[in-house]
Design a protein around this ligand. Sequence first.
Ligand SMILES: O=c1nc[nH]c2c1ncn2[C@H]1C[C@H](O)[C@@H](COP(=O)(O)OP(=O)(O)OP(=O)(O)O)O1
Ligand SMILES: [Mg+2]
Length: 212
Amino acid sequence: MKNGGTVVVATKNAGKVREFALAFGKLGMNVVSMFDYPELPDVVEDGATFAENARKKAKTVAEALKLPVLADDSGLAVAKLNGEPGIYSARYSGAGANDASNNAKLLAELAKLAGFESGKQEPLPDGSKLLSDARFVCALALYDPQTESFIESEGYVAGQIIDRTRGVNGFGYDPLFWLPAFGRTMAELTPEEKHAISHRGQALEALLQQLT
Ligand SMILES: O=c1nc[nH]c2c1ncn2[C@H]1C[C@H](O)[C@@H](COP(=O)(O)OP(=O)(O)OP(=O)(O)O)O1
Ligand SMILES: [Mg+2]
């Protein structure tokens, strides 16, 4: 990955592509994704951890293209759901899952627990309530088929799950991910603000450190 070069990211997630394009653009690099290689088959994400899935996506695509490839496996871990949906975040609401159905499923699962609680927590000024601690996790893997070696990193960001969606930026669970330090959800941050604090931004920073 060098200035003026192209980074291949093994993802079919348009939100991730936008975030990597912003970050690598600042370094003078261009991003291509699996949208640019529609002939490549989907990689089955059958690892037991985010890191295993990231390594598998990177290595499978790198060997097919004979180029170094970066992959991201990420998700949301919710404390009151014992860390779910975790590595299953993308398919949380079952077959045909999308961001909206996954967000609805998350609120439904947390609503099931609400009956057991005292309800002592004060609502926010708009009447919304915070339902659980949570964190986003991002594992990155860069595989070089020439040297047959990986560079890897992880990043995290802590927040809370709010009881209704707020904001339209970002993707995935961002509209339900409340950041107390900002008084906003992740979907109410600008792309630059999100990148500066996000699990993906942290992981990318750690990966780039290892390259220099
Ligand atoms: O910054 C984020 N903001 C909100 N939600 C996020 C974020 N980062 C990951 N997520 C959620 C989206 C998806 O439900 C799952 C990722 O699943 P994950 O398999 O890594 O990605 P994906 O299947 O969408 O695309 P791909 O595997 O082709 O990279 O976690
Ligand atoms: Mg995936």
